[in-house]
Design a binder for this molecule. Structure first.
Ligand code: PMP
Length: 442
């Protein structure tokens, strides 16, 4: 097991003082911080090897191409893919989902077909498929979520039918942390001959991932959520499917040859990486993957499990009546993400008050609006019986506070967080009517 205090030494930003306090960074589901190993790899690339890739004849282009190609291999190793060619570099998960929807979806969906996703899915996964389904006259169906924040596996047979062509779902929820049963969904999709796409944005950075075992057809994840730079990310696909997959963005670097009548596409993965790619970001992502492999993904998972178990226990002990926690309670069923509301106090106010004490959390609907409405995630006490018809009213009243952990978070930070939250709850009445600065300093 690694020592988070040792890990912290690699992250210069964790020395930051925010609003006069030492930063406590609990916004890792949105994006993680970067270790010097990643920062230095990018600096080294720009300082010593930078040129455009794809094998220009000169030395720098050869070096840059080699680093970039090797990065594909490192990411393949990270998820235990059979080959580096199964790894397509994309800008982020959103980019990968659009690639799949616009290539596979546009080509293969027909009127009357069905696309199945889940109520807990992130908009980045749900919306590209909703858009393409609408364009092709296909229907979108949703696997429901139970009040405890699990997928409703009892409804799988009803949701996934002979008409289903695509099942696309989040492998771990960005709001509830729920780790979904990938194999069960894959099994059902296989029975009806649908392709299965996993949104790994909140899974791959936190759970040891072995694509050979999971049985998926495609999987997407973002580099910035696993210590890598923004603008880095991966679409992994089974080789036979990638080889058959049509292109989405086309242009330079996707083709072997073009005449005015003919196009010969490059081999995988290049034909999906149109234009000059985000070279330094994906080279940086390889450094991030190496860093995580050194720590051991089993250890990353175990560390987060301990933290989440501790936070859930403390929240329950300290604030049984004041705080509502959403999602699974068993640490084995979830990643290091905890969404909650302080009854009667708006989630944004809670977030601003925590920031006042140097604690970074996310507040809002976390790009998962349908999930918030389905589970009635609101600060209103009691929650309304009916979800409002007006979007403005929904957006005003629904949302949650989300604390999310990574390798550098500690039990001591959770203790501090609980102390600050206690203070916020004590000041609740004043915070309802006065600015956070006025109340918290007073
Ligand atoms: N899916 C999930 C589950 C996510 O948490 C996120 C990021 N919040 C995304 C997709 C989209 O990732 P990105 O913004 O990096 O494209």
């Amino acid at each position: 097991m690694f020592d988070p205090l040792e890990v912290r030494k690699d992250f210069p930003i964790l020395e930051r003082v925010v609003k006069g306090r030492k930063l406590v960074y609990f916004d890792n589901a949105a994006s993680t911080q970067k270790p010097v190993q990643v920062i230095n790899r990018i600096v080294e690339f720009y300082s010593k090897h930078y040129a455009n890739v794809h094998r220009g004849l000169h030395t720098l282009s050869q070096e840059a191409s080699e680093m970039y190609e090797k990065a594909h291999g490192t990411l393949a190793k990270f998820i235990n893919a059979y080959s580096w060619e199964e790894v397509v570099f994309v800008n982020n998960t959103t980019d990968a989902m659009n690639l799949l929807a616009y290539s596979w979806g546009l080509e293969n969906l027909r009127e009357g077909d069905e696309v199945v996703t889940t109520v807990m899915d992130h908009h980045s996964t749900m919306l590209p498929w909703r858009k393409i389904a609408a364009m092709r006259g296909a229907r979108v169906k949703y696997i429901d979520v139970t009040p405890e924040g699990y997928l409703d596996y009892g409804s799988l047979d009803e949701a996934i039918t002979r008409r289903t062509k695509v099942v696309v779902f989040t492998m771990a929820s960005n709001v509830l942390g729920t780790i979904n049963n990938v194999k069960e969904i894959v099994k059902r999709a296989r029975e009806v001959g649908a392709i299965v796409i996993g949104d790994g944005a909140q899974y791959v950075p936190h759970v040891p991932t072995n694509v050979r075992e999971l049985g998926l057809d495609f999987m997407a994840f973002s580099g910035h959520k696993m210590l890598g730079p923004t603008g880095s990310g991966v679409l992994w696909g089974r080789r036979d499917l990638l080889e058959k997959l049509g292109t989405f963005k086309v242009g330079g670097d996707t083709i072997k040859d073009v005449t005015l009548d003919d196009i010969v596409w490059l081999d995988i993965p290049w034909r999906f990486e149109a234009g000059t790619p985000n070279i330094e970001a994906n080279i940086g992502l390889a450094a991030a993957a190496e860093y995580l492999l050194r720590l051991g993904m089993e250890n990353v998972r175990e560390h987060e499990k301990r933290l989440v178990e501790y936070l859930l226990k403390r929240l329950e002990e300290e604030f049984p009546d004041e705080v509502v926690v959403y999602g699974p309670r068993r640490p084995g069923d979830k990643t290091g993400v905890v969404a909650f509301n302080v009854k009667g106090l708006h989630h944004h106010t809670v977030g601003m008050a925590l920031d006042f004490f140097g604690i970074a959390v996310r507040t809002g609907l976390h790009c998962a609006h349908p999930l918030h409405y389905r589970l009635k995630m609101t600060y209103l006490d009691p929650p309304p019986d009916k979800i409002p018809d007006s979007a403005d009213e929904r957006l005003r009243n629904f949302g949650s506070v989300r604390a999310s952990f990574y390798i550098y978070n500690t039990h001591e930070e959770i203790d501090y967080f609980i102390d600050v939250l206690r203070r916020v709850i004590e000041l609740k009445e004043a915070l309802k009517s006065k600015p956070v600065e006025a109340v918290c300093t007073g």
